[in-house]
Design a binder for this molecule. Sequence first.
Ligand SMILES: Cc1ncc(COP(=O)(O)O)c(C=O)c1O
Length: 415
Amino acid sequence: MTAAEPRLGPATMVETFSYETLYSEKSVDTALNPGLHAKYDFATAYPAPETLPLDGLIQSLQAAVDSNSTKVLAELAYYPHQLGALELREYTAQKLEADRGFTVTADEIALTNGSGEALALVIQALTNPGDVVLTEEFVYMGTTAQLRRFGADIRGVAMDEGGIIPEELEEQIVALTAAGDRPKYLYTIPEHQNPMGSTLSGERRRAILEIAHRHNMPILEDDCYVDLRYKGDVQPAFRALDDSGIVVYVASFSKLLAPGLRLGYFTASPELMRRALGFKIGSGPNQFAAVAIEGYLRNNLESHRDNFNPMLQAKCDSMTAALEEHFGDSGATWSAPEGGCYVWLTMPEGSDISSIRDKVFDQGVGYVAGVAFEADGSGRTGHNCARLCFAFESVEKNAEGIALLAQLFKQHGAM
Ligand SMILES: Cc1ncc(COP(=O)(O)O)c(C=O)c1O
């Protein structure tokens, strides 16, 4: 258009088009995450960039191109298979057999855009609005957000430092069923739970499986943190203890390698998998990332874990030592995780560290208040608790940040 040409329809043009009357009934004006980081960032939910094997991932990608560029090119030139890159699915099947003790074929694994997508697909395939879904009483808010979005009525199951208490679970199922609210399924993070850091013993897992069968209630097992163990023994996956299809298994490469790769996966009984994948938007996930991950982990999984986990332990130790030093006399308690990313801090009953969170953030320390993880979202509990991620900051910053946190809690009357 030249300057002399008249603009189209000048009389009806507006400067800012309004969608006011056009939004769908279900659309919600949702705030974007501002992506802010405090100086001492204990609010983040992933390990630090220094643990990310960037060179290794690039070299693996390059090696794949060097050994068969035609194949890599062809893989990139087409939309990925709905299940995702075959080589990474084959590798994942081998890893599951070696690390988690159960056998599935590559075609029984679907790679997803992070494990968050896997969870969303399974949730959609299993949840009608109003369905009661059980989870740990404090649990990863990414999953509770998805559950709520699809109308689940989420109820928390009582836990102790060993995770869900099987007897409490069964009592709750019986009571809910008697009240006409039979739970549809159980979502659990059995290994290094987010946010509480607990791991369910093999014995509890067996007991929970028996309960699940008795009440015809599938288990959605989220094994997102299983590779991040620096002490104690890994416990058998629910899926390894049960081959009947009652367990849906979800895991991720986000915490082991990098969340920015956006690759996770799930495996479930065939019809459930097909139904879950029916909710997928678009094709399988990023092929470039899949090639890099497959090549890197096939050759470096052990050395990466051997390097990565001692670093996590040093970070956890420095945070818990600082908690001992600065919170030891306060009546606070904290979890002693054997892996994962989180320490769960519990201040004495009545202390409110939820309402001062933003002020403490502005003064340099980030954490997520416990109430954000409350399963039923009632806002009644967790105000005296916080999830502290020990994996992101350095050993030194963990110690400094906890000292500052104690000072700020005192300043704001929370300690
Ligand atoms: C327990 C748990 N599950 C799933 C996810 C989602 O991770 P991603 O989608 O990056 O695999 C997270 C992320 O923090 C998590 O903590």
